[in-house]
Design a protein around this ligand. Sequence first.
Ligand SMILES: [Zn+2]
Length: 86
Amino acid sequence: MAQSRSEVVQAKVTAGVLLNIEVTKVWVGKTTGSQCYGCDHAIAPSEIEVEVELAGSLVLRLHQVCFGIWQAHVGTLHLGVPQTAE
Ligand SMILES: [Zn+2]
């Protein structure tokens, strides 16, 4: 059975392919025919593309909806981040 778009994106967050970080700086606009980094499908000319710049160099392109799914899952995972003892 095919995974839904939400399941594909969520699996990538869980696997660490999509970083578990809140992205605050994005560009939204018309697509140049990119492949979505979230669901792996092409972004059609009729769809809005979200560009995410990470570490000042890596640029990810996603459907607007896939970006929303990704960001909705940020912070919901507990990846064993070391706690600071005080
Ligand atoms: Zn997508």
